[in-house]
Design a binder for this molecule. Structure first.
Ligand code: PGA
Length: 308
């Protein structure tokens, strides 16, 4: 097998890009004779003419042209490998500040725990709060990474949508509407609702939807915790509206049921949000990649009424 070095590949790439030994030498901080010597050596080792000379003009031979594609991809892979090693090195230590919407905490804490097993020396701080507080934190450049519903436009935020967040209407298992199929929102008229506090993304989305549908919902109780909402509903107080991602256990234990309403699940999405202008540390980048790749594994894929 012919012996060729990464250095020769890099010089070849540069010479073929600039079609000149002199310019390639300048770019690589080498002398022109050293570049010429390396290219001669490469041609000899491969047993192929890589370049053609027409007077003073140097151009790639047809074989050189084909080989250039390989050299580009070798260098690209090499750069990716170095970048990855740098990232891992940067993740050996460091601090990661994550803020998540109250609702997202149901899957984020599990993701963070497996991320921490992978990067045990990284110190993680997690703040769980509602949408309004999170937006304030982002304005103050506080968290490295945020997980929330779609953020508003025009606040200097970068957001990546990564997973659906279906909102469902829950009821106690013995609720009279529990067995009815394809209910209309107006069939819930007169029902008592337990909902999230003002400032919650879930609450905002529900209010918008009820308004669009021209239905007025009687909010009797407001709570800042999804846990409290589930307990209240399961105790028979009334109906609740929560993210499907918060009720995996209660559904399994048959503590609550999901009502079959024609415009539900109300489809929202989870977003990974960062503040433009705040540079991402290697640890934050590693968490971002980990989340985008693995989030789906940390939520339930159980079926329920209205889910396709
Ligand atoms: P919430 O968050 O917990 O504030 O309702 C969900 C969201 O941002 O959509």
């Amino acid at each position: 097998m012919p012996h060729i070095s990464l250095r020769q590949i890099r010089i070849f790439d540069s010479v073929s890009r600039y079609q000149s030994h002199t310019r390639a030498a300048e770019k690589l901080h080498m002398t022109q004779p050293a570049v010429s010597m390396q290219m001669k050596q490469l041609e000899k080792n491969l047993g192929i003419d890589l370049f053609e000379r027409h007077g003073k003009i140097l151009s790639l031979s047809s074989a050189g042209y084909e080989l250039r594609e390989y050299s580009k991809s070798i260098l690209q892979t090499y750069n990716n490998m170095i970048g990855f090693a740098e990232k891992i090195k940067g993740c050996q230590t460091g601090h990661l500040a994550v803020s998540v919407a109250t609702t997202a905490n149901h899957f984020t804490s599990r993701i963070l725990s497996s991320f921490s097993k992978k990067f045990p020396k990284v110190k993680v701080s997690l703040d769980v709060t509602n949408r309004q507080n999170i937006l304030q934190q982002l304005q103050n450049y506080e968290p490295d990474v945020v997980i929330m519903g779609e953020p508003p436009k025009g606040l200097g935020l970068k957001s990546e949508k990564f997973m659906p967040n279906p909102l469902v209407i829950i009821a106690p298992p013995d609720h009279p509407l529990g067995k009815r199929k394809n209910l209309k929102l107006k069939d819930l008229k007169g029902e008592k609702f337990v909902v999230r506090e003002k400032g919650s993304g879930t609450r905002e989305a529900i209010e918008r939807h009820f308004k669009e549908m021209g239905v007025c919902c009687a909010t009797t109780l407001e709570m800042s915790s999804n846990e409290a909402i589930k307990h209240t509903v399961s105790a028979g107080f009334g109906l609740g509206i929560v993210s499907f991602h918060t009720i995996e256990l209660e559904l399994k234990n048959n503590d609550i049921i999901i009502l079959d309403i024609d415009t539900f699940p109300l489809q929202r999405h989870w977003h990974l949000v960062t503040r433009t202008g705040k540079s991402m540390s290697p640890v934050a980048e590693a968490f971002r990649d980990y989340l985008l790749e693995n989030a789906q594994e940390y939520v339930s894929h159980q079926s329920y009424p209205g889910k396709e």
